[in-house]
Ligand binder design. Structure first.
Ligand SMILES: COc1cc(-c2[o+]c3cc(O)cc([O-])c3cc2O[C@@H]2O[C@H](CO)[C@H](O)[C@H](O)[C@H]2O)ccc1O
Ligand SMILES: O=c1ccn([C@@H]2O[C@H](COP(=O)(O)OP(=O)(O)O)[C@@H](O)[C@H]2O)c(=O)[nH]1
Length: 453
């Protein structure tokens, strides 16, 4: 491939949840493909410390972190609402990023030649236009969730005044006929439509047509109808994932000994539980989950970060010390890769769903918020590679039913076959002649300014 000229790419990260990590993975892939480019990774100090601590300095020689204001006033006392820090940050945008860009140019002496931002940052359109450079938006979730944000006004107008039970289907949007109104992220038709976060994602949906390219950590074959519809509305739609298949990490940390523990278990016998980086189920659901696992004698590996809630499970942990293992964090990619894992009990965050597909592990989904309801519906009704917990939250009976379905029924076998087929499509997509590989080559050209690609 033509070696791109000198250039300076500014990457703007959304510093919460699992957004900055995949953006840094993308920046590292771009840097490896275009070693003449400089990259400035502009993010909050806290998030930069977290994401750069996971990689070796040698792995990011042309990537320099820059810290921006997180919007938290000096001496601020947090209320405990997880959204508070997010909304303080939203108020600091885009001024904090403008300051970050000025700092990056001043320190490197190189003007910005491309703006690569989390797709949430709709202001990238104006910033790119003012600087006269391409704006590449990066969506860290599935194509279907970006679609619902682009169609927000259509959804609101179509569903206005309809039955409020949430079962209305979105069959008026290409590829979304299985999606119900109740699956949507809050802020589209239900919830606080004027909350700062929802105003941001609404503006995102309206502004994306101005992006030079939209990059997505997914692969075209997972939902061709939605991808083709997005392509009809945007300048360039580049599905370039699954990242962890396209560019698997060279090493991993297993401080809690998860892999040796899994080595002592039978093939496809273990339930792996994890609910992402942001949330922990409420006490009643934690107890219901524990009761189902214990009663069914299902071996389990549980990623449980919130140590303040562990005392709820004390009796359970003692009684099941030879049945299961609870750890604060796991090497999830390697856990899902392990042949002993038979089901992934998940909140259906996109990175987790994508990783489970890439490793062929059926899912039991319990969505909580954001895009998780969309992902869960696709898992159960479109791809048929898992189930959603009946009733929408963990009870002993619903969890037991889901475990029996996946582990012991014919439907479970169908799920394993379906996810195996999807896994194969993902591997082809990131192969030498695959769609994601070709799209990534196009993205390098856009980012390096070689051509309008
Ligand atoms: C990825 O697709 C999404 C995500 C969200 C979304 O994402 C998100 C990411 C974070 O790291 C922290 C968050 O707080 C957050 C929130 C979020 O959605 C908003 O969640 C609020 C509750 O925390 C509230 O429900 C609000 O109405 C949501 O918009 C949103 C939409 C997506 O398609
Ligand atoms: O014990 C854990 C739990 C989660 N993860 C990783 O954290 C990310 C969670 O992202 P997701 O989109 O599923 O959920 P979010 O954190 O955004 O709620 C995924 O890449 C997981 O592989 C991990 O490595 N170990």
């Amino acid at each position: 491939m033509q070696v791109p000229n000198e250039g300076h790419v500014a990457a703007l990260a959304f510093p919460f949840g699992t957004h900055a990590t995949p953006l840094l993975t993308l920046v590292r892939r771009l840097s490896a493909s275009a070693p003449n480019l400089k990259f400035s990774f502009i993010n909050t100090s806290k998030s930069n410390q977290k994401v750069f601590s996971k990689i070796k300095p040698n792995d990011y020689q042309n990537i320099k972190p820059f810290n921006v204001d997180d919007g938290v006033p000096e001496g601020h006392v947090f209320s405990g609402d997880p959204l508070e820090a997010v909304e303080l940050f939203l108020r600091a945008m885009p001024e904090n990023f403008k300051n970050g860009l000025e700092g990056a140019v001043a320190e490197t002496g190189a003007k910005i030649t491309c703006l690569l931002t989390d797709a949430f940052f709709w202001f990238g359109a104006d910033m790119g236009a003012e600087m006269g450079v391409p704006w590449v938006a990066f969506w860290t979730a599935a194509p279907c969730s970006i679609s619902v944000h682009m169609y927000t006004d259509v959804v609101r107008n179509t569903l206005k005044g309809k039955e409020e039970n949430g079962d209305e289907t979105l069959d008026f949007i290409p590829g979304m006929s299985a999606i119900r109104a109740k699956d949507l992220p809050a802020g589209i038709v239900h919830g606080k439509l004027e909350a700062p976060f929802n105003i941001m994602v609404h503006k995102m949906g309206q502004t994306l047509p101005r992006a030079t390219a939209l990059a997505i950590n997914s692969f075209e074959e997972i939902n061709p109808t939605i991808t083709n519809d997005l392509k009809s509305k945007l300048k360039m739609v580049l599905n370039i994932g699954p990242f962890d298949l396209a560019w698997p990490p060279k090493s991993f940390s297993d401080e809690s000994g998860c892999i040796p523990w899994l080595d002592n278990h039978d093939k496809a016998s273990v339930a792996y539980l994890s609910f992402g980086s942001l949330l922990t189920p409420q006490p009643n659901e934690l107890i219901a989950l524990a009761e189902a696992l214990e009663t069914q004698r299902v071996p389990f590996l549980w990623s449980f970060r919130d140590s303040s809630k562990l005392q709820l499970l004390e009796g359970f942990l003692e009684r099941t010390s030879t049945l299961g293992k609870v750890v604060p964090w796991t090497p999830q990619l390697q856990v899902l890769e392990h042949p002993s894992v038979g089901v992934f009990i998940t909140h259906a965050g996109w990175n987790s769903v994508s990783e489970s597909i890439a490793r062929g592990v059926p899912m039991i989904c319990r969505p909580f918020f954001a895009d998780q309801g969309l992902n869960s519906r696709l898992v159960e009704e479109v791809w048929k590679i898992g189930v959603s917990v009946e009733g929408g939250n963990f009870t002993k009976s619903a969890t037991t039913k889901a475990l029996e379905l996946v582990f012991s029924s014919g439907k479970g076998g169908e799920m394993r076959e379906n996810i195996g087929n999807l896994k194969q499509k993902a591997k082809i997509a990131v192969g030498s002649d695959g769609s994601s590989t070709k799209n990534f080559t196009s993205l390098v050209k856009v980012v390096a300014g070689c051509e309008n690609a």
